[in-house]
Design a protein around this ligand. Structure first.
Ligand code: CAA
Length: 258
């Protein structure tokens, strides 16, 4: 399917989704978010996709929500349309792992979009920020909640109140990103991580997503029980038998998602 604001390629069971509004540094307008929702839903439903990589350009993953598009909107406009509510839901509904590969600016909604992915691999050129304060607003796609959980209150407050940017090294040190690589290696690294995930049992990768994400929603006791029940449930699968037999027989497992 052809998109106006995205380029989607599927290879070796990985869907690579590139944000593609170069003139606006991939600012998130309604069209882009709608198309991204469609692309994620399509990837989630496609048997030829087992992992998704979301990326931008060398200069910007995304420089935030589209300021031109929203500047004249009223409270009634944004409240009644639930701006950034419904059109970011597909990201949360996607059951396949999503890796954000971030180079350049990931600001405002761009940083929030990266944080909605399952993990972030950053180029050494990446810059993260929540500069909405400079526009007289606050983050609107989860920045105050997710960034605080990832990097803690002190850094989150600093970022949201001053609007300063965090470089890749600080982002890795703070727990916002999982790895930092030279810019030229960003996509190879993200695609290699994605391909590694495609080799696993999809039942287990879905369970990992559910369990890790649950840790943000519940108490430790409930989370531990949720995890243990998922662990128990996977003993009902052929992939558990295959994975453990393969280990004992010193061979690679052949998972069948059953
Ligand atoms: N929305 C719309 N257009 C944007 C944009 C945005 N968020 N960010 C950049 N652009 C556009 C610029 O207007 C410019 O377009 P024109 O050439 O037509 O003027 C083009 O992209 C290139 O940008 P710059 O000339 O500004 O590039 P630069 O290299 O000098 O600066 C930058 C790069 C520091 C990222 C700067 O563009 C910038 O500060 N952008 C805005 C960042 C921001 O405030 N993001 C938060 C948005 S609000 C939000 O996201 C709310 C939310 O949580 C939901």
């Amino acid at each position: 399917m052809a998109y106006e604001t995205l380029i989607v390629e599927i290879e070796d069971y990985v869907a690579l989704i590139r944000l593609n509004r170069p003139d606006a540094l991939n600012a998130l307008n309604a069209k882009l978010l709608d198309e991204l929702g469609d692309a994620l839903a399509a990837a989630d439903a496609n048997d030829k996709v087992r992992c998704i990589v979301l990326t931008g350009s060398e200069k910007a993953f995304a420089a935030g929500a589209d300021i031109k598009e929203m500047s004249e909107k009223s409270f009634v406009d944004v409240f009644t349309s639930d701006l950034f509510g419904a059109n970011t839901e597909p990201m949360l509904r996607c059951r396949k792992p999503i890796i954000a590969a971030v180079a350049g600016y990931a600001l405002g909604g761009g940083c929030e979009l990266a944080m909605m992915c399952d993990f972030i691999i950053a180029a050494d050129t990446a810059k993260f920020g929540q500069p909405e304060i400079n526009l007289g607003v606050v983050a609107g796609i989860g920045g105050t909640q997710r960034l605080t959980r990832f990097v803690g209150k002190a850094k989150s407050m600093d970022m949201h109140l001053t609007g300063r940017f965090m470089d890749a090294a600080e982002a890795e040190r703070s727990g916002l990103v999982s790895r930092v690589v030279p810019a030229a290696k960003l996509l190879p690294e993200a695609m290699a991580a994605a391909r590694k995930i495609t080799e696993k049992s999809a039942l287990a990768t879905m369970a990992v997503k559910e369990a890790v994400n649950r840790s943000y929603e519940t108490t430790l006791r409930e989370g531990l029980l949720f995890e243990r029940r998922l662990f128990h449930a996977l003993f009902a699968t052929e992939d558990q038998k295959e994975g453990m037999s393969a280990f004992l027989e010193k061979r690679q497992p052949q998972f069948r998602d059953r």
